[in-house]
Design a protein around this ligand. Structure first.
Ligand code: NAP
Length: 465
């Protein structure tokens, strides 16, 4: 597309797009925008001083292969003349107001994900020691909002609720020997807490039968690779049922694996136990007398003919000083955008935000904010491309922003008291993390997790005032 002409002035200028969120959804969208139109300029804004969103702060540290996608995402910034990273820039209620973005950009793509943990809706959920998976994963991934000692791991029992890949990630990190994680980017404080962990039994509660669990075969099969961990499958005889012929490959693989493990528990005699309990749900978290969870009352469930789940009234109790609710996420509503509270997403058509059936001009969504918390990292490539195509198709008809200039944005941010972290600053922080990795030995990097330390490393000694 040729540069958009400003109807109020003679000089044509390139179309400018702001992408909010430097995770895989935002960066795949950015790449598709840059590839799709040689004139388009994109600013990628993120409230964190580091890019890569869920790849950096959601993919478990021991999933090194999955993190290698960072190399491809970083390549987005190779178009240095047309794309900028503006980190440390919060957008919304406590940051840059939406009106400010409209002053500088033709279009804004929101790709801020689904940051809020879903509740279980059972009594006792508010007790100390009961945490959402987002909070727990953020801690072990070294997210600056979760830096610190993390939840206490001083009780032998822990419960993880849910049958998705996040539940398996959490169960794996809780059972894996901390020394295995030394060869990852895990922050020292996380390694130390896991080293001191008293947890011996991790109970994963799956409310459905094995056939209807959501985790993927690859994630399931990663569990027996953990040294010194026995895996026990409590299937409530559901695995004795014949496999329905209509089941897909993923389900069949899960069922084969689980049947094999039930009959021959991997890691038999291991120091730690990972119990996969099917057809069980938590009904109450019980106070240990200090305001902290000490036990979990669970109920046997059964599948209903229509594929639902109901309780049977048969109760039992598990000892647990930690309960991680890995039951999905919802997005935080974006000020000024419509929001569907039932799905926790922004209504859209092909990435165009829609209100009352009409597109909201210049507003787009990508990633989990658009489609909900589903799919793997790569799913965002197709998703981001779809959104980028909608943006590119609309750009010629979008109103010119009053102040589209490249320098106007950082100037405006500074006027709002926000000092953005540029790509070159991030590379300095990246170098500092690699230096920590070299110092630990055997790992590419060690995360810097505290806000101040991240900003200091990004800006270098010259800006420490
Ligand atoms: P998910 O796949 O949607 O799983 C959520 C689980 O929570 C489901 O098993 C659900 O059971 C259960 N659940 C919901 N409400 C519940 C309740 N009130 N009580 C008990 N159980 C409840 O979500 P996720 O694990 O957070 O994963 C999000 C996405 O990220 C998924 O697409 C996942 O594959 C992806 N991911 C991928 C990887 C990887 O590839 N390595 C790693 C992590 C995450 P029902 O089915 O009964 O509703």
């Amino acid at each position: 597309m040729a540069g958009a002409a400003d109807p109020a002035g003679p000089a044509p200028y390139p179309p400018r797009v702001a992408v909010i969120g430097a995770g895989p959804a935002g960066l795949y969208t950015t790449a598709a925008l840059l590839d799709g139109d040689p004139d388009v300029h994109v600013d990628v804004l993120d409230r964190l001083p580091a890019p890569y969103g869920l790849v950096r702060y959601g993919v478990a540290p021991d999933h090194l292969k999955m993190k290698s996608v960072i190399r491809a995402l970083a390549g987005t910034f190779d178009h240095a003349d047309r794309v900028r990273f503006l980190g440390n820039v919060p957008v919304g209620e406590h940051g840059v107001p939406a009106e400010v973005l409209r002053v500088h950009y033709h279009a804004v793509v929101h790709a801020t994900g689904s940051a809020i943990d879903r509740d279980l809706g059972v009594p006792g959920e508010e007790l100390t020691g009961s945490v959402g998976s987002g909070e727990f994963v953020s801690w072990y991934c070294g997210h600056p909002d979760a830096a610190g000692p993390g939840p206490a791991l001083d009780h032998p029992g822990a419960v993880v609720v849910g049958a998705g890949n996040v539940a398996l990630d959490v169960a794996r990190i809780l059972t894996r020997p901390a020394d295995d994680l030394a060869a990852t980017d895990a922050h020292d404080a996380v390694l130390e807490a896991l080293r001191r962990s008293a947890i011996t039994d991790v109970h994963v509660l799956v409310r459905r039968d094995p056939e209807h669990a959501r985790f993927t075969p690859a994630e399931l099969r990663a569990l027996p690779g953990i040294t010194g961990v026995e895996i026990d499958v409590d299937d409530d005889h559901a695995l004795d049922e014949p496999v329905p012929p209509e089941d897909d490959r993923r389900t069949r693989q899960n069922l084969e694996t689980l049947t094999d493990w039930r009959d021959h528990p991997p890691g038999a005699g291991g120091r730690r136990h990972l119990h996969l309990h099917f057809l069980r749900r938590p009904v109450r978290l019980l106070d240990d007398g200090t305001g902290r969870v000490g036990r979990v009352e669970i109920e046997r469930t059964e599948m209903t003919p229509d594929g639902g789940v109901r309780g049977t009234g048969e109760l039992s109790v598990l000892d647990a000083g930690l309960v991680v609710r890995a039951v999905g996420h919802v997005a935080e509503p974006v000020p000024g955008l419509p929001f569907d509270a039932a799905t926790g997403t922004v209504p859209h058509v092909a990435g165009r935000v829609v209100l009352g059936g009409e597109p909201v001009r210049g507003s787009y969504v990508a990633g989990w904010l658009k489609r909900g918390p589903t799919g793997v990292i790569g799913t965002n490539k197709h998703d981001g491309t779809e959104t980028a195509q909608s943006v590119l198709a609309d750009l010629p008809g979008l109103a010119a922003p009053p102040r589209p200039g490249g320098d106007a944005v950082p100037e405006r941010l500074r006027a709002l008291g926000i000092e953005p972290v540029a790509w070159s600053d991030w590379l300095r922080l990246d170098d500092a993390e690699r230096a920590l990795g070299a110092a630990r030995g055997g790992t590419e990097r060690v995360k810097i997790a505290e806000w101040d330390a991240m900003l200091d490393a990004a800006r270098g000694p010259r800006d420490r005032t």
